[in-house]
Design a protein around this ligand. Structure first.
Ligand SMILES: *Cc1c(COP(=O)(O)O)cnc(C)c1O
Length: 390
């Protein structure tokens, strides 16, 4: 953490000792279920929680330990736990920290499947949840009770892209001694330093920018407090969560180019969001780095970069079929979920199904994930699809 080098450099140069006389830059990929112990004393002496030695493939390999170190560095934390998806990482945090009778607070614009987990599995187990207004820290403060044990924070919100006042949300939870977990998938460790804001836990869907290839699913949970880390790690082990070395290898490789890719996605997305904002059919652009977008001032106060993700609201006077025709007419933008990959993606969302009060953002919402294609080609694609829409 005190290393003065830029993260771009740090992601490439991290302590790794290759075997003697083997001098390649890429780290080795170690695969095993069984780990061989030299003797019974070693078998009895090792625990996976202390990371003093290897015990079993599910509990970690040299490849996954290396990835954990690099991700802890990236996020500015001390400990890292890998799960088979971002959603599994969220589940790991929830199940480790919540007991029957506890309450969980989620932002109203939370990543959808996280809310679904709370409404289904957690609720069946007697854990309640409430949604708070992420743009109103006083609303969060008012919802905290003795039963509140965890607050999830997202910056910006999934799909609707509001950027909250992060320090104020964290302060509201801290004032009542409630743990905070930040979903940092959008920031990716590059847009802002999450632990500088004093959050307790940073979750990251590595599926997005760290992978960069749209070919691996993985999630991480990074923390600084050892007792908290061990609490999450224990449940991680009890649930049998773990990741394959080949998948870890892809993420390790992706980290080498992540900063370059992130900033390229960022620059292209700002240009294309501004382009769409100038079109008569578009009533609002939701991109935290653009003035006029919800929470832009909070983004400006806390961030030095943005991801390649934004949404636009099409004029409510347009029919949904026209908006669907626009999406269908796109050639380079492919229709599909997720983001952070090389190919640009587009999804029309039904805000009514996602929010209690959809009048806040009237119109037809379409989300774009900007890939690594030439910006001029993407802009031409948007322009021709807008013409189809009429
Ligand atoms: C994609 C995503 C997740 C979940 O990641 P998966 O690996 O797809 O399970 C969680 N949070 C956010 C903000 C995401 O975009």
């Amino acid at each position: 953490m005190s290393d003065p080098r830029d993260l771009t450099t740090h992601l490439l140069h991290h302590p790794y000792q290759p075997p003697d006389s083997w001098g390649a830059v890429p780290p080795g990929v170690f695969k095993a279920s069984t780990v061989i112990f030299p003797d019974v004393a070693a078998l009895r002496g090792r625990t996976y929680t202390a990371k003093t030695g290897y015990t079993y493939g599910l509990r970690g390999t040299p490849t996954t330990y290396l990835l954990e170190e690099r991700l802890a560095t990236l996020e500015g934390g001390r400990f890292c736990i890998l799960s088979p998806s971002g959603l599994a990482a969220i589940m790991n945090v929830d199940l480790a920290l919540l007991n029957q009778g506890d309450e969980l607070l989620l932002p109203d614009n939370v990543y959808g499947p996280s809310a679904d987990l709370a409404a289904s599995v957690l609720s069946r187990w007697g854990i309640t949840h409430q949604r708070y207004d992420p743009m109103n820290p006083a609303d969060l403060a008012a919802r905290i009770s003795e039963r509140t044990k965890l607050v999830w924070i997202e910056a910006p919100g999934s799909v609707t892209m509001e950027f909250p006042d992060l320090p104020a949300l964290v302060a509201a939870a801290k004032a009542r001694g409630v743990l905070t977990a930040l979903d940092n998938t959008w920031g990716a460790g590059l847009a802002f330093r999450p632990f500088d804001l004093d959050v307790d836990i940073v979750m990251h869907a590595l599926t997005k920018y760290p992978s960069g290839g749209a070919d691996v699913l993985m999630g991480s949970v990074v923390s600084r407090d050892e007792a908290l880390h061990l609490k999450i790690l224990k449940v991680h082990g009890q649930l049998g969560l773990g990741v394959a070395a080949n998948d870890a290898e892809f993420i390790l490789r992706g980290l080498n180019t992540m900063a370059l890719r992130y900033h390229a996605h960022d620059a292209a997305a700002r240009e294309l969001a501004a382009f769409l904002g100038r079109q008569p059919q578009v009533t609002r652009v939701l991109h935290p780095a653009l003035p006029g977008s919800p929470g832009h001032d909070h983004w400006a106060a806390n961030c030095s970069a943005a991801a390649g993700l934004f949404s636009v609201l099409f004029d409510p006077a347009l029919r949904q079929q026209q908006v669907d025709a626009f999406v269908d007419a796109l050639q380079l933008f492919r229709i599909g979920y997720s983001w952070g990959g090389p190919v640009s993606l587009v999804v029309p969302y039904d805000l009514g199904a996602m929010r209690a009060d959809r009048s806040v953002l009237p119109g037809h919402l379409v989300r774009f994930s900007i890939g690594l294609e030439a910006v001029a080609d993407l802009q031409a694609d948007l322009a021709q699809a807008l013409r189809v829409m009429g």
